[in-house]
Design a protein around this ligand. Structure first.
Ligand SMILES: [Zn+2]
Ligand SMILES: [Zn+2]
Length: 341
């Protein structure tokens, strides 16, 4: 089968390469991949800005159907529609594993970075990672449950977003658009901030129910415009862009005694005026990937329609057109770009 792979560290080129199909193992299943989303992390892995262990097939946002079932696996049937958590293996013994935070396990090996991922027609995963898809969730949008679970982790489980919060979000990429929908579903007001280059993405944010969309270039009066849209100063700042100026802007905009929720990754150290965290008595939280609980809540939000994943499917490409797909990501097409292996 053809798989999109990173072959070596220090090499930013990805290669579509013929590899053997995965063989099913005890406790595991092989999936027929229906769709796999391209994540900012894939771009970071390509540039060695995120840890990986090549040679490896990329892709960790996956939905598909069960194709083969390994020995000892119960409760799943061939043809069942599923999505999969991303940790291929964790140690299972460390404090983080034992307290429900496998995302923090030092031995964590995830699909798409350390183990072969979903940019290929077939994928081997542990059966314990599977989640059945609600009927309401079709392909390809079901592949977006993973990024939605990341947003649930950051905003709901750790950022403690609540009804009545006034939320300013930077970065109208797929993660920001999911954050916007989760904030609205939680009963918050939310504005989306982007740059002039984000015009089309901001339009999509507006159509998804943002209480305001604003470009940061018009920064004269930006704070007032955010306050007008939210009915008061933002008490929660959510940084989804992974761009240093956005973090600095949010530190200025967020209300005293507010919360700063970091979701985006910068891929390198950045400079920030951390004194503001003291002066304003801000609570800062970060999140890294997902825990199992994030997935159940993400599936509930997507299955009920409280969050629309279909609305943020931006473009789909056949796997052999992966270069055009990555160009579409670079060109900031509105919504998520997916590969169909
Ligand atoms: Zn991702
Ligand atoms: Zn562990």
């Amino acid at each position: 089968m053809l798989a999109l792979r990173k072959l070596a560290l220090g090499e930013t080129r990805l290669v579509l390469q013929e590899v053997p199909e995965p063989e099913v193992r005890p406790g595991h299943v092989v999936l027929d991949v229906a769709a796999a989303g391209i994540c900012g992390t894939d771009v970071h892995i390509r540039r060695d800005e995120y840890r990986s262990e090549p040679p490896v097939t990329l892709g960790h946002e996956v939905a598909g159907t069960v194709a083969e079932i390994g020995a000892g696996v119960e409760g799943w049937r061939v043809g069942q529609r599923v999505t999969t958590e991303t940790y291929f293996s964790v140690c299972g013994r460390c404090e983080h594993c034992r307290t429900g935070r496998p995302n923090l396990c030092a031995q964590r090996r995830s699909i798409g970075s350390f183990e072969d991922g979903g940019f290929a027609p077939r994928l081997l995963v542990p059966a314990t990672n599977l989640h059945a898809l609600p009927d309401a969730l079709a392909f390809p949008e079901a592949a977006l449950v993973e990024p939605l679970a990341c947003v649930v982790r950051g905003l709901l489980e750790l950022g403690r977003l609540d009804a009545g919060d006034r939320v300013a979000i930077t970065g109208p990429g797929p993660i920001g658009l999911l954050a916007l929908q989760v904030a609205k579903a939680a009963g918050a007001r939310a504005v989306m901030l982007g740059t002039a280059a984000d015009a089309a993405r901001l339009e999509l944010a507006a159509s998804l129910g943002a209480d305001g969309v604003l470009t940061v270039e018009a920064s004269d009066g930006l704070a007032d415009a955010v306050g007008d849209a939210l009915g008061g100063q933002a008490n929660v700042a959510v940084e989804c862009s992974g761009a240093a100026p956005a973090a600095g802007l949010l530190l200025q905009l967020v209300k005293k005694a507010g919360r700063f929720v970091q979701v985006g990754l910068y891929g390198q150290p950045i400079t920030l005026d951390m004194d503001q965290v003291c002066y304003k008595e801000l609570q800062v939280s970060g999140s890294f990937a997902t825990t199992p609980s994030s997935w159940y809540r993400a599936l509930a939000l997507a299955g009920s329609g409280a969050v629309s994943l279909a609305a943020i499917v931006g473009a789909t490409f056949a796997l052999r057109d992966w270069e055009r797909a990555f160009e579409a990501v670079d060109a900031r097409v509105p919504g998520k770009v997916l590969l169909i292996p």
